[in-house]
Design a protein around this ligand. Structure first.
Ligand SMILES: CC(C)(COP(=O)(O)OP(=O)(O)OC[C@H]1O[C@@H](n2cnc3c(N)ncnc32)[C@H](O)[C@@H]1O)[C@@H](O)C(=O)NCCC(=O)NCCS
Ligand SMILES: Nc1ncnc2c1ncn2[C@@H]1O[C@H](COP(=O)(O)OP(=O)(O)OP(=O)(O)O)[C@@H](O)[C@H]1O
Length: 200
């Protein structure tokens, strides 16, 4: 039986970093953030619904989606975030399921679904096992501000839009502590794969 691993965490906790470690082991990853970009390409249904709901102000001059602008709207307004989620999540979910199915049909025994909002969006039924990438609040804030060049307020807004990472711990089957070096993170991943009898 193929095994689907759900990879989750909080914003800037290190999911993409760990996802790349899976890819290095030839375990394919279906990434919700990448799929979320595909479903809003100009002309898609999702794109049209977003423009209808949020107006032309969320577009760049070439009519592509202005991501920082949309982010600044939805991360500080729960109602607007819900509207965005209602428009985008069904499309993201069905495309992710399709991509996962394709990897399994190609013969992969293990596929990773990287889903930041796995718990918030109640998607745990899509996966067999859950790996949580964990960082403490201080590290999370610092890495998010550095990576996205956000002010402290903007970064705190983004972190607060998700379930607190510490509440995700008890809901996960394995935890990777990513506060430390990348080699320590990789070592923990290898231990989990061994414990779950996943060849790597
Ligand atoms: C608002 C958008 C355009 C901002 O784009 P931006 O390039 O700044 O961020 P990016 O897409 O790289 O997302 C970064 C992280 O933000 C967090 N995040 C994104 N969307 C949401 C959301 N609706 N609620 C809570 N956290 C979110 C996730 O941890 C994600 O990994 C973008 O995040 C988006 O399209 N969000 C809606 C789709 C979604 O919910 N994606 C999350 C995975 S299902
Ligand atoms: N162990 C580590 N040591 C130092 N920096 C790290 C470590 N792990 C990740 N980072 C850095 O922290 C930032 C966040 O990591 P990453 O992009 O992997 O997180 P993410 O969970 O995928 O984020 P998002 O939810 O926003 O997609 C990146 O700039 C990354 O280079």
């Amino acid at each position: 039986m193929p095994q689907i691993i759900g990879l989750t965490g909080g914003i800037a906790s290190g999911k993409s970093t760990v996802a790349n470690m899976f890819r290095d082991k030839n375990i394919p990853v279906v990434d919700a953030d990448i799929v979320a970009r595909e479903v809003v390409e100009i002309g898609t249904n999702t794109y049209k619904q977003l423009v209808e709901t949020f107006g032309n102000e969320i577009l760049n001059s070439d009519r592509s989606l202005n991501r920082p602008k949309l982010g600044s709207i939805i991360f500080q307004d729960e109602e607007k975030r819900k509207q965005l989620n209602n428009i985008m999540h069904p499309a993201i979910r069905s495309k992710m399921k399709e991509q996962t199915k394709q990897y399994i049909e190609k013969g992969h025994e293990t596929v990773v679904m990287d889903i930041p909002l796995l718990f918030e969006s109640k998607l745990t039924h899509l996966v067999d096992k859950i790996v949580l990438v964990f960082v403490n609040e201080k590290t999370q804030l610092k890495r998010l501000m550095n990576r996205n060049e956000l002010s402290e307020k903007e970064a705190v807004d983004r972190i607060s839009s998700q379930m607190p990472l510490k509440d995700k711990v008890a809901l996960s089957h394995a935890i990777i502590d990513n506060n430390d070096t990348l080699s320590y993170t990789k070592q923990q991943l290898e231990e989990i794969l061994q414990e779950w009898h996943i060849p790597n």
